[in-house]
Design a protein around this ligand. Structure first.
Ligand SMILES: [Zn+2]
Length: 253
């Protein structure tokens, strides 16, 4: 089925509610392309490689978690940014990008989807008072050693995580924030959570884990953020009976 780019925008806005989130980039239709959309490519980042794949697959629209126009970056359209935008405009491809709204969506969000993939039970946000809380918590099915849980993460994400042992205890309660959410480890430790999973790790994360007694698992920014865009692809396909496909561009970070 074919839908208009405007209909797709209205639908995504209604689904992901970007107006409720303070973000570091514009969410929605970042680059306008052709009016009629029947093929949608979904991915993590609007990199040149993803755009090239979208062109190859004759996509009318791209949906991503990491789009363009980040706060603080150079606004001018030059170099790498020009090449990406030129490729979109030359091929009349719409670019839809949803950053934090895709992290926090209770069903299709990166956090919710990662919790589901890891079979975490009773998933909920760690601070229900915070309307844009980006950290979730839940329980593992059984008490598990940090090593066994890390092995499970490796198997499911297809990437070797980095484990910082926070003191030898078993994991029952767990909190997580996909991508670059390592700074939230303290919030999780203060709530006496056994382990915290995020994508990236910083130097100080290791000290926090050791000193606050919480296991930390860095499972990859890209690897932890694949599942929101993938869930959106499946959902759009079902909702509009259009051709929506998730394309994974390998990224070791
Ligand atoms: Zn991210």
């Amino acid at each position: 089925m074919t839908l208009s780019n405007k209909t797709l925008l209205d639908y995504l806005n209604q689904l992901l509610q970007p107006q409720n989130v303070r973000d570091y980039c514009p969410n929605g239709l970042q680059v306008e392309g052709k009016e009629h959309v029947s093929k949608i490519v979904c991915g993590v980042t609007a990199s040149q490689a993803l755009i090239d794949q979208a062109i190859l697959h004759k996509a009318d629209a791209i949906f991503v978690h990491h789009g363009f126009f980040w706060k603080g970056e150079n606004d001018c359209i030059q170099g790498m940014k020009r090449k990406r935008i030129k490729a979109l405009l030359d091929n009349d491809i719409n670019l839809y990008a949803y950053h934090l709204p895709l992290d926090i969506h209770p069903q299709f969000g990166n956090n919710a989807q990662l919790g589901k993939l890891l079979s975490i039970q009773d998933c909920r946000v760690i601070d229900p008072r915070d309307k844009q809380c980006v950290v979730m918590r839940g329980e593992t099915q059984y008490p598990t050693s940090a090593e066994d849980f890390t092995n499970k993460v490796e198997k499911l994400l297809g990437r070797k995580p980095l484990l910082v042992d926070g003191g030898g205890h078993q994991i029952r309660t767990i909190a997580w924030c996909t991508g670059g959410g390592q700074g939230y480890i303290e919030q999780a430790a203060e709530k006496n959570i056994d382990a915290f999973v995020s994508g990236e790790i910083s130097e100080q994360t290791v000290h926090t884990a050791r000193e606050m007694g919480i296991h930390f698992i860095a499972a990859g920014h890209h690897a932890t953020e694949r599942y929101g865009a993938k869930a959106i692809a499946d959902h759009l396909q079902e909702q509009f009976n259009c051709d929506a496909e998730f394309i994974d561009i390998d990224n070791p970070a």
